[in-house]
Design a protein around this ligand. Structure first.
Ligand SMILES: [Zn+2]
Ligand SMILES: [Zn+2]
Length: 298
């Protein structure tokens, strides 16, 4: 296992074989979202064959533009469930993906709640927007589909939207990446992510402060112990987690499991290649924040 963390900003180009994850948000839950204590734009996956946006919450469009990730290059939008911190910007990203709704293009993959609605939530994406992707895939645990050369398996999650899914991405070049989405711990959840190189966990609550349908570091420990990834990343922090300190909370996972574990930060990039490299955003990436701050002064 090799891991390198750099705080010097974004050095160098992605190599042909690498998959890069860009964190356009690391916040989750109502109060982190409405205060934007942490951004809630979801995660962009980029490789030579992949330009996919996962869970486009509020800010997905604006931070894509801000970080110069052209949303018109997206070829797939994935929504794990019907809560606003995961779906709010899905429609505008579909508009970008379909060249302003002029070209049938790309893939939309989402569970029943998001596409059609269930008793708890949704539908979250209009019929108009569901007509334009080339392919719309209704996902539930066990459904397998492809985005370019990446095989995607929808995994089980247990959350307040009963249709919530997680994902396992199997890339031909750099191995597998898992994403739990919002879920509580249940027996066997780690099995779906066994052997992934990188496991992203939505750890919304701090240790000792559980909430039904969500994960604390104590739950994450059990999942990481079962899955044994090369590296784990905690993200999707709620307000209590933010106040408690995601770095400190995440270290609990690393200490207990021995698996290198990071707390995600806004603008962070992870490149998965032969090794896993982590690059934190530097101040230059905060252009939009500065703009918002200066416009408020007027
Ligand atoms: Zn959430
Ligand atoms: Zn949720």
């Amino acid at each position: 296992m090799q891991m390198r963390e750099s705080s010097k900003g974004y050095s160098g180009e992605r190599t042909m074989a690498e998959v890069e994850l860009v964190f356009l948000g690391t916040g989750g839950g109502r109060f982190a979202t409405i205060t934007q204590k942490r951004r809630t734009g979801g995660i962009r996956f980029l490789s030579k064959d992949l330009n996919m946006h996962l869970d486009p919450g509020p800010g997905a469009l604006i931070y894509s533009l801000n970080m110069r990730l052209d949303p018109q290059k997206i070829t797939a939008v994935l929504v794990s469930h019907g809560h606003p911190d995961h779906y709010t910007n899905a429609e505008v990203l579909i508009e970008a993906m379909t060249k302003g709704m002029l070209k049938k293009r790309g893939i939309l993959a989402a569970p029943h709640s998001v596409l059609l609605g269930n008793n708890e939530c949704g539908p979250s994406i209009s019929k108009y927007h569901q007509q334009m992707p080339e392919k719309v895939i209704e996902i539930k645990p066990g459904v397998v589909f492809h985005i370019g050369d990446t095989k995607v398996i929808a995994t089980e999650a247990r959350h307040t939207d009963p249709d919530t899914v997680g994902f396992r991405f199997e890339t031909p070049d750099v191995g597998d990446i898992g994403y739990t989405s919002d879920t509580e711990f249940f027996e066997g959840i780690g099995k779906a992510y066994e052997g992934v190189r990188l496991l992203l966990l939505c750890v919304m609550r701090p240790s000792g402060n559980p909430w039904k349908g969500h994960m604390t570091p104590d739950d994450a420990i059990k999942i990481v112990e079962e899955a044994r990834p090369e590296m784990a990343v905690a993200t999707h922090f709620g307000m209590r987690m933010i106040f408690s300190g995601p770095y400190r909370e995440t270290k609990l996972i690393e200490k207990k499991t021995g698996v290198p574990t990071l707390a995600a930060s806004d603008g962070m990039r992870i490149r998965v290649g032969e090794e896993i490299r982590v690059m934190r955003a530097d101040r230059k990436q905060r252009v939009l924040e500065d703009f918002l701050r200066s416009s408020r002064k007027k």
